[in-house]
Structure formats: structure tokens, C-alpha cells
Design a protein around this ligand. Structure first.
Ligand code: UD1
Length: 328
């Protein structure tokens, strides 16, 4: 079922992949992005692109008043250490902007909302895999800013009849299989992005942040999900809401973990080269293991990943980085 949708942050990494799939599925897509972290060239051609800020209420009213059926809200800041240094900036950009967007949706009668949340709302869990009903214990302003937005959605839905889906992303990685887009964000902090920067000569070595965690090889375990599968989960989520489906909170991952060393080994295998590494102290705020229980999203959406393959994830990330460098 197709409709007219607003994609905030549609020039960013996950937003742009999703916008492309929404267009391919026949939706009419409007992208709103202030390009603070996104890249205009990542926004798909078939979308109407509006450069502007979520805090611009007049602009929001114009867009939402033009017959929008649903909002997919990706825009936000995502770097944990930055959120520790500038909590109020994170609460403004993530929480307050979500508040303004929700307010505008209610006033303009837009009653379907998909929100990008994060596995980091679970904090440092006692055990994994994590279910959506497990306790949330944010340990950074970034996580809190996202969880506050989840709560605003819950309460707004109860008061105003809005239906929403919160998708809690685990570790999103990889790039479009056709090489059209990938992770471009400046000053990235993510493991796979940094590792491909080493392989493409932009960095000397990769730091392994801690090898004394209680995991199989001592390094952190994460549930890496290919961005194309995650984008597809959004398209299915939109179908769910358009068909009258109920509000949901759902994990997005594959339900299995890889260690930092396993990720490095997969990349070395794909690149056929060693990645120089050094063991560094644990990164503040990191936890030993985050792995999703994905039964809910499978049950509600019938979602089945198609790219559940660490080698494919790292190969597409490396291909994209090489392409990006050639083009710059
Ligand atoms: C990060 C964010 C998280 C966000 C998620 C998706 C941080 C601290 N966390 O998760 O809030 O929801 O991305 O955007 O920014 N690692 C190294 N060396 C590196 C980089 C990472 O060993 O140079 C390790 C980390 O310690 C961790 C794993 O690799 O064990 C994954 O790290 P990363 O890719 O940064 O993602 P998360 O921190 O899990």
C-alpha cells in the first residue's frame, strides 16, 4: 500500500537507503534534511528534497499540510561521546525536535509515525538477547534523548489516536548492493566504518576498545544488521501502519552477535589484507554485548532479512568506501 510520506534525515545513511526503497515501493517521498550530517547526493533522485530544519515550524506545517500520510523520523544526532559533552544539544536536536514534529503532526492530522530508536536504550543489560519488554536503562544523554522521544510517542498516541512504530536499531552497517549510497557521515565512530578507513589508507590502524570483556574472545559483541534489510523493515512497517496496524516497539537486528575481532577477520578476508590493530582501553559507555531478540518484528511484520551475512556487510561497506574515495 503506497502513500505520501515525509522522511526526516533522508540524506543520511539509514534515511537515504530507506527513502530509496520507499520510492521503489511506489510511495511519494518528501525528504526534509538540514544537511548537518547528511549528504545531498545520498538522497534518492525520485524524492522531493527540502533542505531545512526540523525546528522550522512553518516549514513543517507546509510539508505536513500537503497531504502527508505518514512520517518516518530519522533525523537526529547519534554520537554517544558528543552527547556526554553536549547533553542539552542532544536533548534539543533529538528530543525537542521530535516534540515539535509530533505537535505539528497532531495539528495537521498526520497520524502515522515511524521513529528511529536505538538498542542503546537498554543500557548495560544483565543478559542478551534483548526483548522489547526488557528494562530500559539509558547510560548516555544520547540514549536518554531517544528514550524520551519513545515515551512522548507513547503518550501522544494514547491522547490523540496517533499510531506509531518505534524501531530500535542494533548495529547498522554495510551499503547499498548496487553501490548507490553508503555511510558518508563525517567523523564516524563506528567500527566497520573506521576499519574500512584503515583499509583505504585514511587511517594507520584500528583501535580495539577493550579485549577483557566477558565474551568469547574478550572483545565487544554486537548484532550487525545490513542497512538494506533495515530499510526494508521500514517499508514493511509503513505497510503495517497504512493497513491499520497497531503501535509497536520492535528490535531490528539479526538476533546473533559478532565480536570486534570477528568483524576484523571478516574484513581482512574480504580485502585479502591485514588490518593493523592495537588494543586500547575500553571506550567509556561501551557495554560487553548487545544482541536482539527479533521474534517481535518477525511476528508482526513477517520481516525476514535477506542479507544476514557478515562478509556481505563488510564487503559492501568496503566497496562503498573505495567508491567514495575515488569520487572525492
Ligand atoms: C554505536 C553507538 C550507539 C548507536 C549505534 C548505532 C556509540 C558509542 N554507540 O553503537 O549509540 O545506537 O552505534 O548508530 O557511538 N569498536 C572498537 N574500535 C573502534 C570502534 C568500535 O573496538 O574503533 C568496538 C566498540 O567497542 C564496540 C563495537 O566495536 O564493541 C561496535 O562499536 P560501534 O560501531 O561504535 O557501535 P556501538 O558503540 O555498538
Amino acid at each position: 500500500m503506497s502513500g505520501r510520506v515525509l522522511v526526516t534525515g533522508g540524506a543520511g545513511y539509514i534515511g537515504s537507503h530507506t527513502a530509496q526503497q520507499l520510492i521503489d515501493a511506489g510511495n511519494d517521498v518528501v525528504i526534509l534534511d538540514n544537511l548537518s550530517n547528511g549528504d545531498r547526493s545520498m538522497a534518492p533522485d525520485g524524492a522531493r528534497f527540502v533542505q531545512g530544519d526540523l525546528a522550522d515550524r512553518g516549514l513543517l506545517d507546509d510539508i505536513l499540510g500537503s497531504g502527508v500520510d505518514a512520517v518516518l523520523h530519522f533525523a537526529g544526532s547519534i554520537v554517544v561521546p558528543d552527547s556526554v559533552a553536549d547533553p542539552l544539544g542532544y536533548y534539543r536536536n533529538n528530543t525537542l525536535n521530535t516534540h515539535g514534529l509530533l505537535q505539528a503532526c497532531i495539528e495537521r492530522g498526520v497520524d502515522r509515525f515511524i521513529f528511529s530508536s536505538t538498542a542503546t536504550v537498554y543500557g548495560d543489560p544483565a543478559s542478551t538477547p534483548l526483548r522489547e519488554t526488557d528494562p530500559t536503562q539509558p547510560i548516555s544523554p544520547y540514549a536518554t534523548s531517544k528514550l524520551m522521544s519513545e515515551w512522548m510517542l507513547r503518550d501522544t498516541a494514547a491522547a490523540h489516536g496517533l499510531r506509531y512504530v518505534v524501531l530500535r536499531y542494533f548495529n547498522v552497517a554495510g551499503a547499498d548492493l548496487k553501490g548507490r549510497r553508503g555511510q558518508a557521515s563525517r567523523n564516524a565512530t563506528h567500527l566497520i566504518k573506521l576499519a574500512v578507513e584503515v583499509l583505504t589508507g585514511q587511517r594507520d590502524r584500528l583501535s580495539i576498545f577493550g579485549d577483557d570483556y566477558p565474551t568469547s574472545d574478550g572483545t565487544g559483541v554486537r548484532d550487525y544488521i545490513h542497512v538494506t534489510d533495515l530499510a526494508n523493515a521500514h517499508v514493511r512497517t509503513l505497510d503495517h501502519l497504512m493497513a491499520g496496524g497497531a503501535s509497536e516497539v520492535m528490535n531490528c537486528g539479526y538476533g546473533k552477535g559478532s565480536t570486534v575481532r570477528q568483524v576484523i577477520a571478516a574484513l581482512e578476508c574480504v580485502a585479502n589484507r591485514r588490518i593493523p590493530t592495537e588494543v586500547a582501553p575500553r571506550r567509556p559507555g561501551d557495554v560487553a554485548e548487545l544482541v536482539a531478540d527479533v521474534s517481535r518484528i518477525r511476528e508482526v511484520l513477517g520481516w525476514r532479512p535477506e542479507h544476514d551475512d557478515l562478509e556481505l556487510i563488510v564487503r559492501t561497506a568496503l566497496d562503498w568506501e573505495r567508491k567514495r574515495i575515488r569520487a572525492s
